[in-house]
Design a binder for this molecule. Structure first.
Ligand code: SF4
Ligand code: SF4
Length: 345
């Protein structure tokens, strides 16, 4: 049976969960954009278009210390991992496309090696997804429904909340979701049949509002057939190599590792990297297998629509649209992929 919670009771719920030691991450308006931040006294946004940066950084921070290094007389004598945190994490207000993207990261970070930093945080997490009510219409860039998603996708979520005006209709999907219902107590009440019907209508209207479409039929065949085609020179010529398309992408996961020495203390950190950067693939021999932008742009598209599915069984694009509206020279992944199909015609 679906539940509901009034919007003016949400803060009370979050305060209750904070008292239960949850570290809560929620969408916050900051400098005119929406970001997920650890919640303090701020009021989280309840009605927002998707965030500018995806919530993946809660689990895979842009910069993360891996361990401290002990150096004596210029020699490395030991390494100490920082203690792993143990508080439960609540990701509040994730959008369905971003939680589908987390499935890609979950598969990647447990693929050939289990990444303890990522897995520790994911295992502690409970996710409340918000069904999408405002597809990215002003920027007309998202296309989740073309790549297997939905405005009310439940994938990767423990609860799905749907905004029907002054309340959310609340669906618990897992035991972790059930725990939130239990902790919320009488803040949650039964949703009436009218409320549940309204929630379905809201999601239907959001789906109909998505104007961008990508016809994925024949994409793999087109990519496999055009690897050496001059097409990849044409569209990548205007790419600036800034990497924004990858840094904003909820499924991108590449990182670089650096050792730092600050005030005599050494540590190893990892930091997001981008396959769009010139030196991303450079070898110790100085050979660079992707020396020009054509190679790097082609790799991004092939990774999303070919390699990810081959390696992880999941498409590497969830249609969030961030790479489209973030690109300073308007390179549009839908147009690029559709263009590759046109080459074969
Ligand atoms: S490739 Fe672009 S549209 Fe697809 S998930 Fe990444 S940022 Fe979103
Ligand atoms: S955001 Fe645009 S210009 Fe920047 S690397 Fe990506 S495709 Fe190139």
């Amino acid at each position: 049976m679906a539940k509901m919670i009034k919007k003016d009771k949400v803060r009370e719920l979050l305060d209750k969960l904070a008292n239960e030691k949850f570290d809560i991450f929620a969408p916050i308006g900051e400098d005119g954009i929406t970001l997920y931040r650890k919640l303090g006294a701020e009021t989280p946004l309840l009605n927002f278009q998707n965030s500018s940066k995806p919530p993946k950084e809660i689990f895979f921070p842009q910069t993360e210390k891996m361990f401290d290094i002990t150096v004596e007389n210029h020699r490395l004598v030991g390494a100490t991992e920082p203690p792993m945190a143990s508080n439960p994490i609540l990701l509040f207000g994730a959008r369905p496309c971003d939680m589908r993207a987390m499935k890609v990261l979950d598969a990647l970070f447990t693929w050939d090696y289990t990444d303890p930093y990522y897995v520790n945080k994911r295992e502690r997490s409970t996710v409340i997804s918000f069904a999408c009510t405002l597809p990215d219409m002003p920027r007309e860039s998202c296309f989740c429904t073309s790549v297997g998603g939905a405005t009310d996708s439940r994938e990767g979520a423990d609860m799905l909340w749907t905004d029907i005006g002054s309340e959310f209709v609340v669906e618990s999907l897992t035991d972790k979701g059930g725990k939130i219902l239990e902790l919320g107590g009488n803040l949650f009440t039964e949703a009436t049949p009218d409320m549940q019907a309204k929630a379905k209508q809201v999601s239907q209207e959001a789906t109909e509002a998505i104007s961008r479409k990508l016809d994925t039929e024949g994409v793999k065949e087109a990519l496999e057939a055009t690897f050496d085609n001059a097409y990849w020179d044409e569209f990548s010529a205007r790419c600036l190599g800034c990497g924004i398309c990858t840094l904003l992408c909820p499924t991108c996961h590449c990182f670089d590792i650096n050792d730092l020495v600050v005030e005599g203390k050494a540590s190893r950190e990892r930091t997001w990297d981008s396959c769009q950067f010139t030196y991303y693939t450079i070898h110790a021999s100085n050979h660079n297998p992707r020396p020009v932008k054509k190679h790097r742009q082609r790799n991004r598209i092939y990774h999303k629509f070919l390699y990810s599915e081959k390696n992880l069984g999941l498409l590497g694009c969830v249609g969030c649209g961030r790479c489209i509206y973030g690109c300073p020279v308007n390179i549009d992944i839908i147009e690029v992929v559709e263009g590759a199909k046109e080459v074969l015609k």
